[in-house]
Write a protein that binds this ligand. Structure first.
Ligand code: ADP
Length: 401
């Protein structure tokens, strides 16, 4: 079956066309700058398709409907297309950021599901409306084709209350559903399942710590295939030190900033989400730039790297305590897959807890899963590439089966 995977953002639409029988990507595309004076669509067709074109279109793209229409026209375009007709697409899988407490798994989208995604908008005011735009446009352009919602939060709905409750007045949970939800669930579930496949064991028989380090980052404790704790919270701001997000801070810093610096709530929110993390510490948010700067003797870049790795280590240690016995630690996403120094420093000093990595193997680059722990390490440490689009396509196929 051919599945179109859509990840719709506030001014962009990322999409992939996959064949779920072979799991091959046919087309990968990105529509950007929706609503700006000049929009941009880039699409790449992959080997295995009749047409291996790379196409870029620049024109005003006023809204998501126009963006999706352009993308679909390109899929079936006589010159650059890979499909004869859009009816070849068997299903559409949508990434939806926040499913709140309503969704424990992926679902076929109907009116009730749309209403529930809408009801969760207060929990993800930037993401859910954009995801809904993508769904509505796809429903209009593919009438009668099954649309499936795959939630970032769903995998974490197994987290027990002692881990998801904040110690705040209980009414906040009852009335406003203030609690930990966690994100990146599709990626954590995917790499945990890949880990089990590699280990040739059912995921239900393994305890795994999944470490997703990209622009955003989170770590999850996966007990017998189920998420039992994760570092992101009610929003994707809690937990690790990220590209521009602070991760954990003393909540009293907010009041300090308001009282002593006259900052209002919007300014504090922008600061914590966009001007903090690695960028706040050293002015750079791309790990590659940070390593280059460290080589040139930039001390703040070194501090940023150290603060990030130390936070990673604290949570890995915490989740070893949560799980008791750990079979594997899995690194994934942009930094997790590519940055051997971050991996090494995030595990430094955990030898007594049974975590030993082989620095030579760790320094290797691989597109395939790579075992980086030593033979005498109690815990296997792996680098496993994540693939959220493939995960969404698989979920879509499974839900429809
Ligand atoms: P997103 O969270 O946006 O999906 P990715 O998982 O693609 O992010 O990760 C992007 C980040 O990965 C970049 O900001 C960069 O810091 C890091 N990264 C990518 N390639 C490398 C590399 N070769 N070495 C170190 N870090 C890298």
């Amino acid at each position: 079956m051919k599945v179109l995977v859509i990840n719709s953002g506030s001014s962009s639409i990322k999409y992939q066309l996959l064949d779920t029988d072979t799991e091959a990507v046919m087309v990968s595309g990105l529509v950007e700058r929706i609503g700006e004076a000049q929009g941009d669509l880039k699409a790449k067709n992959f080997p295995g398709t009749d047409n291996q074109a790379v196409v870029e279109i620049q024109q005003p793209i006023p809204d998501h409907t126009t963006g999706m229409r352009l993308a679909i026209e390109l899929l079936t375009d006589a010159k650059n297309g890979v499909l004869k007709d859009k009816s070849e697409i068997g299903a559409v899988g949508h990434r939806v950021v926040h499913g709140g407490e309503d969704f424990h798994k992926s679902v076929i989208i109907d009116d009730e599901v749309l209403a529930a995604i809408e009801a969760n908008v207060p929990l993800a005011p930037l993401h859910n409306p954009a995801n809904l735009d993508g769904i509505r446009v796809a429903m209009e352009l593919f009438p009668g084709v099954s649309q499936v919602a795959v939630f970032d939060t769903a995998f974490h709905q197994t987290i027990p209350s002692h881990a998801y409750m904040y110690a705040l007045p209980y009414e906040l949970y009852e009335q406003d559903r203030v609690r930990r939800y966690g994100f990146h669930g599709t990626s954590h579930k995917f790499v945990a399942s890949e880990m089990a496949t590699i280990a040739k064991k059912p995921v239900e028989e393994m305890n795994i710590i999944t470490v997703h380090l990209g622009n955003g980052g989170s770590i999850t404790a996966v007990e017998k295939g189920k998420s039992v704790d994760t570092t992101m919270g009610m929003t994707p701001l809690e937990g690790l030190v990220m590209g521009t997000r602070s991760g954990d801070v003393d909540p009293a810093i907010h009041t300090f900033l308001a009282r002593n610096k006259g900052m209002d709530i919007e300014a504090i929110d922008t600061m914590l989400n966009k001007q903090s993390g690695l960028k706040g510490l050293c002015g750079m948010n791309d790990m590659r730039d940070i390593h280059d700067a460290i080589e040139k003797g930039d001390e703040r870049a070194k501090i940023a790297l150290d603060v990030q790795c130390y936070r990673n280590k604290k949570y890995i240690g915490a989740y070893m305590a949560v799980l008791g016995c750990v079979d594997a630690i899995v690194f994934t996403a942009g930094i997790g897959e590519n940055d051997d120094i971050v991996r090494r420093d995030s595990l430094k000093g955990l030898e007594c807890l049974g975590v030993k990595i082989d620095e030579k193997i760790n320094a290797q680059r691989a597109k395939e899963p790579l075992l980086i722990s030593t033979v005498d390490s109690n815990v296997a440490v792996w680098v496993i590439p994540t693939n959220e689009e493939l995960a969404i396509a698989r979920e879509t196929r499974e839900v429809l089966n």
